[in-house]
Design a protein around this ligand. Structure first.
Ligand code: ADP
Ligand code: MG
Length: 464
């Protein structure tokens, strides 16, 4: 029975995809989260199903799920990714409520239901309940984006489309998600990243099922699309998006879009699309100032306090320190805060600034020193080629290998995602990065010279 459940034989698992060895992942959890967290929480997670880019994990109760999702999700993903590069997200299934009262047969049925819907587009239309307006903290850098988002919720198609742009980790997805949660109460909402949109687009073409695709996306009353910059340079996708956009506007559906840049700066996007995107209201989210960072820290501490029913507060000077030291990315700020709070809870002590400095040494050092640029420069110097050559489209081995090595090291030494790394390499696709990482990993396992070179370059990058 177990086998039947965990063995992935779905189309989502590509041929070469390895089946994840869950006990290996568990060991990594134990090593990285520490025995205490591991044995009280993570040990109880089971692997139910594996797909190409996501996993369904079983957890005993709903409370359990909420707890680990709120506290450990990022790190869980990060750990599993080490074993499964293609992982994008995990989904938790509460075993207790679904199964305890039902027979074994029902268990299987229940899991099969998951399988059936896994392939439907609906499955990607999940809004994250944690990204709501309630926990979006307002500051001068985001107040206009926030108030416009609220207004869209009050009155649909007042601003159409609403276009929100800003740098990485500044709250775009959070805000779009909050709009989705709010509007979902009264109408049907489609929430999808541009990357997912393309995935379904291509799959529908392959399956000769464009009619369904078109109907599906043109049906929604509210269409939210995240990270639209992804369509740059993709002509077919732009064509489809343009038509989807037009038919939605025609029936007065609300469209909300996010991007990492303003519409005019979307190079390699058709002019007619840019002009559509600019036809409503454009708002930006800026980097947070010190005050907003402090407010976010305090809000998170308060939430944790309520959640854990124990003291999670930090001294004012420690809050100031974290806010000042963290870079402008709110995602990183929250990661740092989580580390500090975890440490303080485990050791049951109030932290001083110097404790924080110690805990965060790695984070700050890493964040400060290792950038993709730096890796690219070091690698191209090492191989005595110019940076331009390394990033060029030429495929000769003396250029391609260093390029792949640089991608591999970027994946290993920075926290950048695969698509982000691809973009830094003259806008290559993330699948190219995956290929490079796999190739170099394989070569460095069997080729001594490669192994030596990699370790030498890594040394150069880290010591500077
Ligand atoms: P983006 O999509 O712009 O890269 P996200 O929306 O994913 O950024 O935000 C990154 C993290 O920072 C998320 O955990 C989000 O909840 C948090 N965050 C961003 N802005 C705020 C804010 N103003 N208040 C509270 N949390 C925020
Ligand atoms: Mg985002």
């Amino acid at each position: 029975m177990e086998n039947k459940i965990t063995k992935p034989n779905e189309i989502f698992v590509s041929e070469e995809e390895k089946i994840l060895n869950w006990s290996e992942v568990q060991s990594a959890f134990e090593k990285n989260f520490g025995t205490e967290v591991y044995s009280s929480w993570l040990k109880n997670i089971t692997l139910l199903k594996e797909y190409n880019d996501y996993l369904i994990l079983g957890v005993p109760t709903r409370f359990f799920r909420d707890w680990i999702v709120s506290r450990y999700l990022d790190k869980i993903l990060e750990q599993i990714k080490k074993f499964k590069l293609s992982l994008n997200r995990v989904e938790f299934k509460v075993l207790d409520e679904n199964f305890s009262k039902t027979s074994d047969k029902n268990k299987i049925d229940d899991l099969n239901k998951v399988t059936e819907i896994k392939d439907s587009i609906l499955n990607y239309n999940r809004l994250n309940p944690n990204f709501s307006f309630d926990n979006f903290v307002e500051g001068s850098s985001n107040e206009i984006a926030l108030s416009s988002s609220r207004k869209v919720c009050e009155q649909i198609s007042r601003y159409n489309p609403l276009y929100v742009y800003g740098g990485v980790g500044l709250g775009k997805t959070h805000l779009l998600n909050a709009i989705g949660l709010e509007l979902q109460k009264k109408t049907n909402v489609m929430f999808i990243s541009a990357e997912r949109f393309m995935y379904h687009f291509i799959k529908s073409i392959k399956k000769n099922d464009m009619v369904n695709f078109k109907d599906f996306f043109r049906e929604s009353s509210v269409f939210i699309i995240d990270d639209i910059q992804f369509i740059r340079g993709k002509e077919g996708l732009q064509e489809e998006f343009f038509h989807t956009f037009n038919s939605l506007i025609e029936k007065s559906s609300q469209i909300i879009i996010s991007a990492d840049r303003s519409p005019v700066k979307l190079d390699r996007v058709q002019e007619r699309i840019k002009s559509r995107l600019s036809g409503g209201l454009i708002v930006d989210i800026d980097a947070p100032d010190l005050e907003l960072k402090k407010k976010i820290i305090k809000k998170r501490l308060e939430d944790m306090q309520n959640q854990f029913k124990e003291n999670c507060s930090l001294e004012e000077d420690v809050v100031n320190f974290i806010a000042a030291e963290s870079k402008t990315n709110i995602r990183e700020l929250i990661g740092i805060l989580n580390r500090v709070v975890t440490f303080s809870r485990i050791h049951k002590k109030a932290l001083s600034i110097s404790d924080c400095k110690n805990i965060l040494k790695d984070v700050f050092n890493q964040a400060k020193i290792i950038t993709v640029d730096k890796i690219q420069n070091t690698v191209s110097n090492f191989f005595n080629i110019s940076l331009n050559e390394m990033l060029s489209q030429r495929r000769s081995r003396p250029l391609a290998r260093p390029r792949q090595i640089a991608m591999y090291l970027a994946k290993q030494l920075t926290t950048r995602s695969l698509p982000e790394i691809g973009r830094r390499f003259a806008n290559r696709d993330h699948t190219t990065v995956i290929h490079a990482v796999k190739t170099i990993k394989r070569l460095s396992e069997k080729d001594d010279e490669m192994k030596r070179n990699i370790s030498h370059i890594r040394g150069l990058i880290l010591e500077e």
